[in-house]
Design a protein around this ligand. Structure first.
Ligand SMILES: N[C@H](CCC[C@H](N)C(=O)O)C(=O)O
Length: 325
């Protein structure tokens, strides 16, 4: 039998599969198929998810494991900030360590257990890297880069846009709260994740409102998923653009980022032309799942066994307390 976890970071929900626990690992086609099947709410496995996080071993120094990210549509992404917090907790518990690295597509990232947000809600800090404003890194074509706070005629008029890879691609715009919550986000996100002359590999689109100094509300249409409750790399990229637009020279700032799924904190630092980004927030495990390895290889989910960890209740109490503050 094989075990999976249902997890979330700020209600950005994933299943975790640790390939090292299997007699035979799933191949890439099977992983893509599993992501598409288990994430689809129509298949009634805990109402689906935003994607599948695949853990494997790592030979890199200091890394306790490797994380791969499959979106709900089966596409693979280079990074997932909310997901990395949950994978970090999984590896921390598996190896009884609290500060280590996790290998990801483009970098080995520093992760650390933080104090529980409140009783029953473990929290982790994860490094977000590498960072690039270069068109080739996003990729972004037919627009001059770096794109920082500029209007783009073919996008929604009246807004200014910024684009950054962390290393997955993000397009960010600041506006009033009503427009953040309007259909404009789905309209632009859908347009830029179909064939278009700009983001040839798609893009995560975040609309943000500046509630107060170092207090943002961010809503994201994710590449390969659609609207999610939160996007960790999106909230971090948005915080970076916010600090760049509000500072000349070096800065070292903590930002509270609210989102439809709760709240995270980002730590954004610039020293010369170097940036250091960290994302801090919950790593909640809501369910444990058991399935035969055969069914896993065939994405046959009819016999999957599910148990509840009870952690979602603690998280929902945290959200209620956030909303009353
Ligand atoms: N949809 C993203 C991957 C997941 C990122 C997001 N869930 C996060 O927490 O960073 C992409 O295709 O680049």
């Amino acid at each position: 039998m094989a075990n999976l976890l249902k997890v979330h970071g700020s209600e950005n929900q994933f299943f975790i599969l640790d390939q090292t626990t299997l007699h035979q690992k799933l191949n890439d086609n099977e992983l893509k198929q599993l992501a598409q099947t288990i994430a689809d709410p129509k298949n009634n496995v805990l109402n689906g998810a935003d994607g599948l996080l695949v853990v494997d071993s790592s030979s890199h120094p200091g890394a306790l494991g490797k994380m791969r990210v499959f979106n709900a549509d089966g596409s693979e992404a280079s990074m997932c900030g909310n997901g990395l917090r949950t994978v970090s907790r999984y590896l921390a518990q598996k190896f009884n360590q609290t500060h280590f690295k996790v290998e990801t597509n483009d970098a080995d990232l520093d992760v650390q257990r933080e104090a529980d947000i409140v009783e029953g809600i473990p929290a982790f800090s994860v490094q977000i890297s590498p960072i690039s404003f270069d068109g080739k890194s996003l990729p972004l074509e037919n627009l001059k880069t770096p794109l920082i706070d500029q209007p783009v005629d073919d996008f929604i008029s009246g807004l200014e846009y910024s684009a950054v890879a962390v290393p997955n691609p993000h397009l960010i715009s600041f506006m009033g709260m009503d427009q953040v919550k309007s259909d404009d986000l789905v309209h632009l996100g859908t347009m830029l994740n179909k064939k278009n002359p700009y983001f040839t590999d798609g893009v995560n689109v975040s609309f943000a409102n500046v509630m107060d100094e170092n207090e943002l509300f961010v809503r994201t249409f994710e590449r390969g998923v659609g609207l999610t409750n939160a996007c960790g790399t999106g909230m971090t990229a948005t915080s970076l653009i916010y600090e760049i637009l509000t500072h000349d020279g070096d800065f070292d700032e903590l930002v509270n980022v609210y989102n439809p799924g709760g709240m995270v904190r980002t730590h954004i630092k610039r020293t010369g032309d170097q940036y250091e980004l960290h994302l801090i927030g919950n790593a909640t495990f809501t369910n444990k799942l058991t399935i035969s390895e055969d069914d896993l290889h065939n994405s046959n989910l009819n016999q999957i066994q599910i148990s509840d960890t009870g952690e979602e209740r603690d998280y929902q109490n945290f959200i209620k307390q956030l909303q009353t503050n």
